[in-house]
Design a binder for this molecule. Sequence first.
Ligand SMILES: [Zn+2]
Length: 92
Amino acid sequence: MSAQLQPEMDFIGPRPLTGHCKYRLKTTGDNSAKYGLCEVCHEHASEVFMQTESRWFDDRHGCGWTYHRCRTTVFGHKTCLERLQRTSVPIP
Ligand SMILES: [Zn+2]
């Protein structure tokens, strides 16, 4: 089992398509003075959020959520981070 594998049991419903993304977006509770400028627009943020992307994989090794090929953690404005969100990660 790969170290990047992050199996989660919280998925309910039909199995997602391979590459389908999901996001965790939460506030750091602090501003740019502590976390630096928004990594997306490079402006000051009075509240810095942290977003983690993961994607679904489904292959001969099994299936689950992984961070492989994802923008793992990005800091910035909530709206900037939401703009980065995509439906899926292209898998070559
Ligand atoms: Zn921003």
